[in-house]
Design a protein around this ligand. Structure first.
Ligand SMILES: [Fe+2]
Length: 377
């Protein structure tokens, strides 16, 4: 054997139906006195913010709440939350929501422990110190923000989505309660679930795949393949929500340790230039990127097709197309407002995302990337 060197990182995880109800025990254990709860307006309207505040309150702490996190937040949006948190003087940040709220919570906590502005920390490993502790509670099975070290923000002056990436951003506790996802709308369940499937498939097929990440990717594909369509068909199906939460956890651990590649690289410009949300951008591109890679990865694609329990003779690309159609994902980017005149610009931006493209098993050049966009248009 001549195995590559690999490392593995994951935060503490507490997983289970109704596990969020016991959040106060974790807060007490962490010794926090003043908690900042970061979430969004949608969850506030749905009553989940009040519910969580009541559970946190059992720890007998001061609670300050911030729910002005926008979908796909900009650096200005998170800066406002940081200023609010610095004035309040919080010693623990609880983030509840999808990727937007959890990414914001991670960066706010980081900036509470470091001076300066979010712009100082965009990029890889630029955070000098760990911030205040965090607890993250996902309400959609998808982004994996609760497991990973990155956080994505829109930078308006550059029309781009950029990441703060640092091991100091790893949460102190990922508290995953499938009950919190029961109110997620079908369209969010579908696109965030396919995003999680992208994480599992890309981390399994990428160059950074390693002996510890691959079993998690396999389990992610199996569980998401089984439970995504039922969770979209009936959002109140707790078994399907639990299956998706576990599948997403597996996929997120694989993602955090082996990264994504071409689907996410091509999706970034759609998020920055067209402001298409992360899950939708990845979902629409997934079958077209897989189609381009299929001839180079026959064995791995056959494995994925069997883990997804596709019928004999159905290719992975066909299987993904059928699943996308079944759960209501648009088949083409043009439905989301992308036009033919943009393809060159999108390509020029995508080819620069080396952090992801260099992890792709097939090194795609500009012409190949533009051909994938054209196919997906
Ligand atoms: Fe993603």
């Amino acid at each position: 054997m001549n195995m590559q060197t690999f490392s593995f990182l994951a935060p503490q995880v507490v997983f289970g139906v109704k596990s969020a109800e016991n959040i106060s025990e974790h807060i007490t254990r962490m010794g926090a006195k003043h908690v900042l709860l970061v979430s969004d307006r949608g969850l506030e309207k749905a009553g989940l913010v009040d519910q969580l505040r009541a559970w946190i309150g059992k720890a007998n702490v001061t609670i300050t709440t911030y729910t002005d996190i926008e979908p796909e937040p900009s650096v200005d949006n998170v800066r406002a939350c940081v200023n609010f948190a610095r004035q309040a003087g919080c010693s623990l940040v609880v983030g509840m929501g999808g990727g937007s709220a959890m990414d914001s919570a991670k960066v706010v906590a980081t900036l509470l422990g470091n001076n300066g502005d979010i712009m100082d920390y965009l990029g890889q490993n630029k955070v000098p110190l760990k911030g205040v502790p965090t607890i993250l509670l996902p309400t959609t099975a998808g982004t994996g923000s609760e497991i990973g070290r990155g956080a994505l923000f829109y930078v308006p002056e550059r029309h781009s989505k950029e990441a703060v990436f640092s091991s100091h951003m790893l949460t102190d506790l990922a508290l995953i309660d499938p009950v919190l996802a029961l109110s997620a709308p079908a369209s969010v369940t579908a696109s965030s679930g396919l995003d999680a499937l992208c994480h599992a498939i890309e981390s399994y097929t990428g160059r950074a795949a390693n002996p510890l990440s691959m079993p998690f990717a396999e389990l992610g594909i199996k569980w998401i393949g089984k439970y995504l369509a039922p969770a979209v068909a009936d959002g109140s199906n707790l078994e399907a929500r639990e299956g998706m939460a576990l599948g997403c956890l597996y996929a997120s651990i694989a993602l955090a340790n082996a990264n994504t590649h071409a689907v996410h690289a091509l999706a970034y410009p759609l998020q920055g230039k067209n402001r298409i949300v992360h899950g939708k951008a990845n979902s629409v591109l997934l079958p077209y990127v897989l189609k381009a890679l299929a001839p180079s990865l026959p064995e791995k694609f056959a494995n994925i097709a069997s883990w997804m329990n596709l019928a004999q003779g159905v290719s992975l690309v066909e299987g993904i197309n059928r699943l996308s159609e079944q759960i209501g994902i648009p088949a083409k980017m043009s439905v989301m407002g992308v036009t033919a005149s943009q393809l060159e610009d999108l390509t020029q931006e995508a080819v620069q995302i080396r952090r992801l493209l260099d992890n792709c098993p097939v090194l795609l050049d500009g012409l190949q990337i533009q051909a994938i966009y054209q196919d997906a248009l």
